[in-house]
Design a binder for this molecule. Structure first.
Ligand SMILES: Nc1ncnc2c1ncn2[C@@H]1O[C@H](COP(=O)(O)OP(=O)(O)O)[C@@H](O)[C@H]1O
Ligand SMILES: CC(=O)N[C@@H](CCC(=O)OP(=O)(O)O)C(=O)O
Length: 291
């Protein structure tokens, strides 16, 4: 029997029923990366998805990056910027720009888009209420530690302010800047920050949005997406991964090993990818589960 358009829509809604039941009240940490913020329609779609999750009874938390936006700002200011082992070498001068772009620009943009739908989003820096405390991190190059400036490694998460916002029916939107007990501020990779928060909140899911379909089996030669991996399988694969996928898959591993039952890498260029992952039977992207 052919379904009418209206019946097909009803079928889609009903397909979501078991997932709505399962995830009611669940905390979902979503990492929104700079490369998934490519155009206004996608950004608006992302904001709609987050508000949809909120109305569906989930507790979404957004942790965002903004790497391309930071690079553009540094370029415009004539400040040179390089990456070592996937992390931005961050001089004190660059750190001011990182903080300005992440907390002052990208954070405001996301909060503004979500709040078109109601008084939901509250923007925070990872510096606020001691959310992220970091120490200076060194990159490892050929096994040797290399100084990369004010890049932080999170050593403590105090999620109380985030939990209070969630309990108050808000959607926290958090930039990946951290404070140090030494009085410094630190630039933290946003995938890493999202994983640390997912563990501290004991979230039900970590979802990392990026600009590829998921983890490719053997990038760039083989672009078959690996749809499911256990933590042990991922740990064995880690040494073979390169560039931007390293912090993303490390984040998934940290989250799952830290008690988060599911971590996903999804294509943020696909409109409404968050809803497709959470509310459809197939899901999309790569999912990491405990071994
Ligand atoms: N095995 C892999 N599977 C998928 N992408 C990979 C893989 N290895 C490296 N990459 C690269 O990692 C990039 C994603 O990382 P990145 O550019 O840092 O994203 P974001 O800004 O979303 O954090 C992809 O666009 C791709 O070029
Ligand atoms: C230390 C480090 O590299 N920090 C990142 C923080 C932003 C980020 O992670 O943004 P995406 O998620 O868009 O890549 C940076 O300066 O680019």
């Amino acid at each position: 029997m052919r379904l009418t358009t209206a019946q097909a829509k009803a079928e889609s809604l009903i397909e979501a029923l078991p997932w709505l039941t399962r995830f009611h009240g669940a905390t979902i940490v979503i990492k929104y990366g700079g490369n998934a913020m490519i155009d206004d329609a996608l950004k608006e779609g992302f904001a709609e998805d987050v508000v949809f999750l909120h109305h569906a009874g989930l507790r979404p938390v957004v942790v965002h990056g903004g790497g391309p936006q930071i690079s553009t700002a540094l370029d415009q200011l004539g400040i040179e910027s390089t990456f070592t082992a996937g992390l931005r070498v961050t001089t004190p001068e660059a750190m001011q720009v990182v903080r300005m772009v992440l907390t002052g620009q990208v954070n405001r943009d996301i909060v503004g888009l979500v709040n078109r739908h109601g008084p939901f989003a509250v923007g925070m820096s990872g510096e606020d209420a001691h959310l992220f405390t970091a120490v200076r991190k060194h990159a490892l190059v050929d096994g040797e530690p290399v100084d990369i400036g004010q890049v932080g490694e999170i050593i403590k998460v105090e999620p109380g302010a985030v939990s209070a916002l969630l309990d108050n029916g808000r959607i926290p939107v958090i930039s990946s800047v951290a404070r140090g007990d030494d009085g410094e501020i630190y630039n933290v990779n946003a995938d890493t920050a999202a994983a640390a928060l997912a563990v501290a909140l004991q979230a039900h899911k970590l979802i990392v949005l990026t600009d590829v379909e998921g983890l490719y089996a053997s990038w760039p030669d083989d672009t078959d997406v690996i749809d499911l991996l256990t933590a042990d399988e991922l740990a064995a694969l880690m040494p073979k991964l390169s560039s931007g996928m390293v912090p993303k898959m490390e984040a998934c591993l940290t989250a799952v090993q830290g008690g988060v039952p599911q971590a996903h890498v999804l294509d943020g260029r696909v409109s409404h990818s968050l809803l497709l992952e959470i509310f459809t039977n197939e899901g999309i992207g790569t999912m990491v589960v405990p071994s």
